[in-house]
Ligand binder design. Structure first.
Ligand code: LLP
Length: 444
C-alpha cells in the first residue's frame, strides 16, 4: 500500500511526495486525485531501462487512456517514452502539450475520417489500423495527401486469452479489435495495405488484455506474432520492422494481486521474441510495448472526506465519502477492489469493519466492501490507493458531480494539473434560453 514516496509522518498523517495529505486537502479540497510524480518517473525509467538492456532496438509507449493531461504528456516526453492515443481528443491533448507528433501512435477500432485526417495532418508516427473500413478511409486520405507517406501498423487479434476480467479482454478472436489471424483477415489486410500507394507498413500490433499476472500469455503472443511475421515474409517478401505487444502489465490493488516484477515481464517477452525469431529464422524486429496502468496506477491516490455514517447493527456500517462512481467507476464496472486508510489516523489500530459508499444515487455505488479501519468520524480523510490509472480518465459527471482536481506532488511541493470542475463547468455546454424554440435543420 505504501508505494513510491508514500509514508506516515510524525503527525500520524499519510504523506505523498513529501506533502502531508491533510494539508493537500486543506489547499485543494476533496475528492482529490494525488499523483506521485517521482513514482511515475521511476516507473517510466524501469520500463525503458529494462527493455533497452535486453533489446536496444525498442520503444516504450505510454498508453494515454490510463491517465492523460497535458502535464502528463510533458512528463512522458521528458522521460523519453512514446504516446499511444485512441481518439481525436487524446491526440489534441498531446499536440496541445507540444508532444512530438512523430512519437504518437494512434489506436482505436472506429477512428473517423476526421480523426484520421487530423492524425495525417499532424504527422503522427504510426496509425495502428484496426479494420478494413479504416484501410478504406485511409486509402482516400492517402490520395488527398499525396506525397505524405502514412506509416501504419496493423492490429492483429492473435487469439490469446489473458486471464483477467471479462470486460477487459481484447486479444481473443471474438473481439471488436483488430484483424483476426485464425480466419485469414490478418493476411488479407497485409495484402491490402501493401497494395496501397502512400502507405508504409512497418509492422504489427497486438494487445492481449489488461492487468495480466501470468507469463504464458506474453510468451504465446511473442510466438504467434513472430510466426505471423515469418508467414508474411514468405508470402509477400515483407520484412517486419517492428512489433508492438501492447500493454497489460499488472499492478497491485490489494494484497491478493501478485504482479511480476517489471524486469520479469520484460525478460519473458523479449526472450520469447528472440527464441521465436531464432526458431523461425527471421531477424529480431524492433520491440514496442505500451504500458498504461503500470506507469501511473500505483502512483495515484484518491483523497475523500468522510460524511454520513450509517450503522445497521448486526448488518453493516456504511461510511459515505464525497465522491464515488463518478471518480472511480471500476468497482461498479469490474468489481475492482482497493486498499485504503484514514489519512489523518494513518497509524491508529484498526477497530472496525466498514463498507465505503459513494455519494451517487445508486445502491451499486460502493467503493470498498468490508474494510478494517480505525474508528471513523465524519470529517476524516479516506485515502484510496492505486487510483492513478483509469480513474481520472474514466470519471464522469453522473449526478452532476464535478470532476475532482488532480495534483502532482514531488519533493514536498504540490502543483495543480487539473483544476476542480465548478458547477458552472457542468452547465457550460448547455444551450438554454427562455425563448428557445426548435429551428428547422435547413437554417443551421
Ligand atoms: N495498448 C492498447 C492497444 C490497449 O488497448 C490498452 C488498454 C493498453 C495498451 C494499456 O493497457 P494497460 O497497460 O493499462 O493494461 N478500463 C480498464 C482497462 C482497459 C484497458 C484497455 N486497453 C480498467 O480500468 O481496468
Amino acid at each position: 500500500m505504501f508505494y513510491g514516496t508514500c509514508r506516515i509522518n510524525e503527525l500520524n498523517h499519510l504523506e505523498i511526495g513529501g506533502c502531508d495529505t491533510i494539508e493537500l486537502v486543506k489547499e485543494f479540497g476533496t475528492p482529490l486525485y494525488v499523483m506521485d510524480e517521482n513514482h511515475i518517473r521511476e516507473n517510466c525509467r524501469l520500463y525503458i531501462n529494462n527493455l533497452r538492456k535486453l533489446h536496444e532496438n525498442s520503444e516504450v509507449i505510454y498508453a494515454g487512456k490510463a491517465f492523460l493531461t497535458m502535464e502528463m504528456c510533458k512528463l512522458i516526453e521528458e522521460e523519453g517514452l512514446g504516446l499511444d492515443v485512441v481518439s481525436g481528443g487524446e491526440l489534441y491533448t498531446a499536440i496541445k502539450s507540444g508532444f512530438p507528433a512523430k512519437k504518437i501512435y494512434f489506436h482505436g477500432n472506429n477512428k473517423s475520417y476526421a480523426e484520421l485526417e487530423m492524425a495525417v495532418e499532424y504527422g503522427v508516427g504510426r496509425i495502428i489500423v484496426d479494420n478494413f473500413y479504416e484501410l478504406e478511409l485511409l486509402r482516400d486520405i492517402a490520395k488527398k495527401y499525396q506525397g505524405k507517406k502514412i506509416k501504419i501498423m496493423l492490429r492483429l487479434t492473435p487469439g490469446i486469452e489473458a486471464h483477467t476480467h471479462d470486460y477487459i479482454k481484447t486479444g481473443q478472436l471474438d473481439s471488436k479489435f483488430g484483424f483476426g489471424m485464425e480466419n485469414g483477415h490478418a493476411l488479407m489486410a497485409v495484402e491490402n495495405a501493401l497494395s496501397i500507394k502512400g502507405f508504409k507498413l512497418t509492422g504489427f500490433h497486438c494487445h492481449i488484455g489488461s492487468q495480466i499476472f501470468e507469463e504464458e500469455p506474453f510468451k504465446d503472443a511473442a510466438e504467434v506474432m513472430i510466426q505471423f511475421a515469418k508467414t508474411v515474409n514468405k508470402k509477400y517478401e515483407f520484412k517486419t520492422k517492428e512489433i508492438d505487444f501492447g500493454g497489460g502489465f499488472g499492478i497491485k490493488y490489494t494484497e491478493k494481486d501478485k504482479p511480476l516484477a517489471v524486469k520479469d515481464y520484460i525478460t519473458i517477452l523479449v526472450e520469447s521474441v528472440k527464441e521465436s525469431c531464432k526458431k523461425h529464422d527471421i531477424s529480431i524486429p524492433k520491440i514496442l510495448i505500451e504500458p498504461g496502468r503500470a506507469i501511473v496506477g500505483e502512483a495515484g491516490t484518491t483523497l475523500y472526506t468522510i460524511g454520513a455514517i450509517k450503522n445497521i447493527p448486526g448488518v453493516r456500517k456504511y461510511v459515505s465519502v464525497d465522491g464515488g462512481m463518478s471518480d472511480n467507476i471500476r468497482p461498479a464496472l469490474y468489481g475492482a477492489q482497493y486498499m485504503a486508510l484514514i489519512a489523518n489516523k494513518a497509524n491508529c489500530p484498526k477497530e472496525e469493519t466498514v463498507s465505503i459508499a459513494g455519494k451517487c444515487c445508486e445502491s451499486g455505488d460502493m467503493l470498498i466492501w468490508d474494510i478494517d479501519l480505525p474508528k471513523i468520524a465524519p470529517g476524516d480523510i479516506l485515502a484510496v490507493f492505486s487510483t492513478g490509472a483509469y480513474h481520472y480518465s474514466m470519471a464522469s459527471n453522473y449526478n452532476m458531480i464535478p470532476k475532482p482536481a488532480v495534483v502532482f506532488v514531488k519533493n514536498k511541493a504540490a502543483r495543480i494539473v487539473v483544476r476542480r470542475q465548478t458547477y458552472e463547468d457542468l452547465i457550460n455546454n448547455e444551450v438554454f434560453s427562455p425563448h428557445s424554440k426548435h429551428i428547422s435543420l435547413a437554417s443551421f
